[in-house]
Design a binder for this molecule. Structure first.
Ligand SMILES: [Zn+2]
Length: 438
């Protein structure tokens, strides 16, 4: 199903012509409205007239999260505050958050982009959808909220937390769709199982986002929400507040990569170290230019997310490029004894063991200048607790499997079912204590 079929199925050449026209316009808009960009573009010798093909974008300098932070709060805004109708901010782990602003037109485009993505995933006006993302400065909840309303779905803004109430409403409202992080969905599923109400659940569509999710983890969640009368189908979508929020790209029902809303977002893949643009199809860091945003336009924003993009057509009929699931963040990439490790690689191994739950934590320490990785993972239930031999065998098998995937050895600790903290938002997967050890 399509929300704006003419755009979503536009011939490739037409998409690129539209991108070029919008890119030229954007460069002019940035020069006229954002002094920061006017200076950067002038230093780089870029003018709208010099953008003759999409490749000319490579002459434009990158924008980073630090640039947004340094211009706190409104320095990168393309419109005065009287034209801005909404502000959002993403939490900064240190210091000030990054602030983004939206004009009325931005909000309208945002909800269109989300509407396209949720319809591609299978949402319709017949759905009742609970949004279990945190409402607030975070863009996730309100982004999905307005997009789903545009499709005509019945939106239930439960926000995150109070899981028992979420489950009660799910049964009473016959909720068919769930917006949440995969880790919170897993937590809801566990409580459904424990309280014995699995058969009363009508969920059939998951719209997951805000944190990565391997296919194995997704399959486990699908299984835990499915029951005798309902099959649950989970999809992934992508976005970040610096670019707009959710709605940059999302899975269609074939789940062969997330379709990018290319009329609004121009995507490139670069090498994070050399900053060179990589040939089409290569894996690297995603860089996005927001082609139509006015509130806070982004020229070649470095997302730090690792992906690869396919430009082949898709069975669903959409012609837009598809980006693979985020393999990790270039920031999250762990260097352990000189080897690059992404948490998603570890997750993909863990989900193959049914005796453990997909709740895990990676603890990094350093002893005598050697990195140690401990993978802490929860048992799926209490059945193995007293069976020491079986626990030992399980531990050894997980260790072997991790070693063959990561090419480094690590320690595996099995902890009791539900002993790890559950959060309504992003799960804290990495605890890096290496800097604290002298
Ligand atoms: Zn598709």
């Amino acid at each position: 199903m399509f929300f704006q079929k003419d755009i979503e199925t536009m011939p490739r050449q037409k998409i690129e012509e539209l991108q070029l026209e919008r890119l030229r316009h954007l460069v002019k808009f940035c020069i006229d409205n954002v002094p920061f960009y006017a200076k950067r573009l002038s230093d780089a010798g870029v003018t709208p007239e010099k953008i003759k093909s999409l490749k000319d974008i490579e002459n434009i300098p990158y924008t980073t999260k630090e640039d947004i932070r340094d211009s706190y709060p409104f320095g990168l805004f393309g419109q005065p505050l009287k034209k801005i109708v909404r502000l959002h901010a993403s939490s900064g782990t240190t210091g000030k958050p990054t602030v983004v602003g939206y004009t009325k037109k931005d909000l309208d485009i945002w909800s269109d982009c989300v509407a396209r993505i949720v319809m591609a995933a299978g949402a319709t006006e017949d759905d009742v959808i609970q949004i279990s993302f945190n409402y607030g400065l975070f863009t996730g909840a309100l982004g999905l909220h307005y997009g789903l309303e545009k499709v005509g779905a019945t939106v239930v803004p439960t926000s995150s937390g109070n899981t028992a109430k979420q489950i009660m409403l799910m049964q009473d409202f016959k909720t068919t769709g769930l917006v949440s992080t995969p880790s919170y969905a897993q937590h809801i599923a566990e409580l459904i199982e424990e309280t014995g109400v699995k058969e009363n659940i009508h969920l059939k569509l998951g719209l997951f986002g805000s944190e990565g999710c391997t296919e194995g983890f997704r399959d486990r969640i699908e299984e835990s929400f499915s029951n005798s009368h309902n099959k649950f189908f989970a999809t992934d979508n992508y976005g970040m507040s610096e670019l707009m929020g959710p709605g940059v790209s999302g899975d269609c029902i074939y789940r062969t990569g997330m379709h990018i809303n290319e009329d609004h977002f121009l995507a490139e893949v670069i090498d994070s170290k050399t900053l060179e643009v990589l040939p089409r199809g290569s894996q690297g860091e995603l860089v996005i230019t927001t082609l139509t945003k006015e509130g806070i336009p982004m020229l070649r924003y470095r997302t730090k997310d690792i992906t690869q993009i396919s430009y082949d057509g898709c069975q669903c009929g959409r012609t837009t490029a598809r980006m693979s699931k985020i393999k990790g963040r270039s920031d999250d990439m762990l260097k352990i004894r000189g080897v690059n490790v992404f948490p998603s690689q570890i997750e993909s191994v863990l989900v193959t063991f049914t005796q453990i739950s997909p709740n895990y934590q990676l603890v990094l320490t350093r002893t005598h200048s050697t990195d140690e990785l401990e993978v802490k993972v929860e048992l799926a239930d209490g059945s193995l607790l007293e069976k020491f031999t079986e626990l030992d065998v399980l531990k050894t098998n997980i260790k072997k499997s991790l070693k063959s995937t990561l090419e480094i050895s690590c320690k595996v600790s099995l902890v009791e079912h539900k002993s790890m903290e559950r959060t309504g938002g992003k799960a804290q997967r990495i605890v890096d204590l290496r800097d604290e050890v002298k």
